[in-house]
Design a protein around this ligand. Structure first.
Ligand code: PHE
Length: 338
């Protein structure tokens, strides 16, 4: 009988700690301690044991029952501790989580990337350049004479050591042509700086996208074609562009670019100040003096360039009438463009 009791105890020591639910544990309790358990069975047969051994067996049976009952009790606590600690700590894992506010790309970045994608699809490569420039790249190499009003410190931020904050992305024309031979077909986007008071249409820090194409036989119709393709893609497919004669030191002829008002389609409205057209930027055929400066033969090569304001494009696309809304980081405004 002693061996039988020992066997039962060992089995119980193995099976009870490995059980995983209250239900299994209850089954084990019935199995080891219930009325029909083998221990109860042995207890009822205690009379068959010799008189001398009987008290010893009785005591062993009781001790075993006690140990098994303790094992079960301990296991019950273990099981409950596992499922209940989170609740005990005041955490209800069944509750839905608190939503975290999700951020989004700034509207200006969204447009910026879209602009680059469109030009990449039109076969342009993207070139990046410095915001701190020399007078040479920002003005001299771009055929801008020393007395030109744009060079005035009232318009341009000058830094120590003859450097300045670029006032336009056009210096990238020079940097790219200096480095590569034609054919050139690039855009360059980025921050520009001008000494301007903030108002509904001016920021001292703004963004431009510059395009430059130079090869044999490039004409103004290539310029018009590239611009038209771009404005049709960034706005709507019925958007038209037009040139208005203008002057830039680094292009000849030069033009200002307008697009047909995206709001009234030319009828005249508040947005276009009844003119039917919206100003978008500057353009022209690269001046032969600029080509010569970078060592290109102006007899062999011609090129076009244009520069557009990215904030202007963003304002039109998003229907923002005050440019400052793009930089004041007002979440109520930014959330509209998520
Ligand atoms: N850089 C000029 C500006 O900022 C725009 C421009 C670019 C004009 C390229 C002609 C060609 O106003």
């Amino acid at each position: 009988m002693k061996e039988q009791i020992q066997e039962i105890l060992e089995e119980a020591r193995r099976s009870i700690p490995s059980c995983v639910s209250d239900k299994d544990l209850e089954e084990l309790r019935i199995k080891y301690l219930g009325k029909k358990s083998s221990l109860s069975d042995l207890l009822s047969k205690i009379g068959t044991v010799s008189k001398e051994e009987r008290p010893q067996m009785g005591a062993l049976l009781n001790k075993t029952k006690k140990e098994i009952a303790q094992l079960i009790e301990q296991k019950k606590l273990d099981l409950h501790e596992k499922t209940d600690t989170s609740r005990a700590r005041g955490l209800d894992v069944t509750m839905p989580g608190r939503p975290l506010p999700i951020g989004a790309k700034h509207p200006l970045c969204q447009i910026w990337e879209e602009i680059e994608d469109i030009f990449i699809n039109l076969g342009f490569e993207v070139a990046e350049g410095p915001e701190i420039e020399s007078e040479y790249y920002n003005f001299d190499a771009l055929n801008t004479p020393s007395g030109h009003p744009a060079r005035n410190p009232q318009d341009t931020f000058y830094l120590k050591g003859g450097k300045l904050l670029r006032t336009q992305t056009s210096p990238m024309q020079i940097r790219v042509m200096e480095k590569f031979k034609p054919p050139i077909k690039i855009i360059s986007t980025g921050r520009c700086y001008r000494v301007d008071k903030m108002d509904p249409s001016h920021l001292p820090v703004f963004h431009q996208v510059e395009a430059l194409m130079v090869d044999e036989g490039i004409t103004m119709s290539d310029l018009k074609g590239a611009l038209d393709s771009f404005v049709k893609r960034i706005f709507t497919s019925d958007t038209r562009s037009r040139f208005r004669p203008h002057f830039f030191p680094f292009t000849e002829p030069s033009a200002e670019i307008d697009i047909l008002c995206i709001n009234c389609k030319g009828a005249g409205c508040k947005l276009c100040k009844k003119s039917g057209w919206l100003e978008m930027g500057g353009a022209g055929m690269v001046d032969p003096a600029v080509l010569e400066e970078v060592g290109y033969d102006p007899e062999k090569y011609t090129g076009y360039a244009f520069g557009l304001g990215i904030e202007r494009i963003a304002m039109l696309r998003y229907g923002i009438s005050d440019i400052r809304k793009l930089v004041t980081n007002d979440l109520r405004i930014l959330k509209q463009f998520q």
